[in-house]
Design a protein around this ligand. Structure first.
Ligand SMILES: CC(C)(COP(=O)(O)OP(=O)(O)OC[C@H]1O[C@@H](n2cnc3c(N)ncnc32)[C@H](O)[C@@H]1OP(=O)(O)O)[C@@H](O)C(=O)NCCC(=O)NCCS
Length: 181
């Protein structure tokens, strides 16, 4: 079966996924997408995954993507106005903010990321109150910009988050609906 016929399944992250998330944090391609700091040895500032997963709520949670039962990557879905860390600062209501990373290197560039995003975006807009989806790739991550822009995201501005130079992208409901009609 070719990769395009393999289905990506998304499920909530559990505490059993902590070792896997920690291992992905040490992958150079994951570190590179998470920070501009060339000396970093772990991604996401060494997040405490057990704490993150135990603290999951409607306004911030993680999903794990599996292909044929093998976990390959993760996503985070937040309501940027309501989530407690206020990472995004002052934002309008009714947005969703996403993060995505494929931790298994051999699973990159096979269409899985597109499938993961499509399912999560469809889900986000299934809630009639959702206005748009925002993401904050590093300004240096031009591969990711191409990936997001192919999904319909547009650049809204350059912004520094925790010392990292990011290029904020946004996907409005109307653009997604036009695309999937
Ligand atoms: C970005 C990412 C989620 C895309 O998922 P994917 O399954 O690799 O992408 P798809 O196969 O669906 O689509 C391929 C496109 O993804 C983009 N892409 C980004 N990083 C890539 C990588 N390391 N390898 C291959 N494609 C990559 C490219 O735009 C590629 O299209 P291209 O043929 O024009 O180069 C995934 O590559 C990834 O996790 N990369 C490392 C972490 C990262 O950069 N995350 C984004 C943080 S903002």
């Amino acid at each position: 079966m070719g990769p395009s016929q393999q289905t990506v399944m998304l499920r909530p992250a559990t505490l059993d996924d902590v070792p896997l998330l920690q291992a992905w944090d040490r992958e150079p391609h994951v570190i590179a997408c998470s920070t501009d700091d060339p000396t970093a040895t772990t991604a996401f500032d060494g997040s405490d995954w057990a704490e993150e997963i135990a603290g999951a709520s409607d306004v911030s949670y993680h999903l794990i993507a599996e292909v044929d039962g093998r976990p390959i990557g993760a996503m985070q879905i937040i309501d940027p106005l309501a989530e407690p860390t206020h990472y995004w600062g002052e934002v309008e209501p009714n947005l969703r903010a996403l993060d995505i990373w494929i931790g298994e290197k051999d699973a990159l560039g096979r269409g899985y990321g597109t499938a993961m995003m499509t399912e999560v975006i469809d889900n986000a807009f299934a809630d009639p109150s959702t206005v748009a989806i925002i993401i904050d790739p590093l300004n240096s991550n031009t591969d990711a910009h191409r990936f997001y822009q192919r999904l319909g995201f547009r650049i809204v501005g350059r912004r520094t988050f925790d010392g990292d130079d990011c290029l904020v992208h946004r996907l409005d409901r109307a653009v997604w609906q036009e695309r999937t009609r």
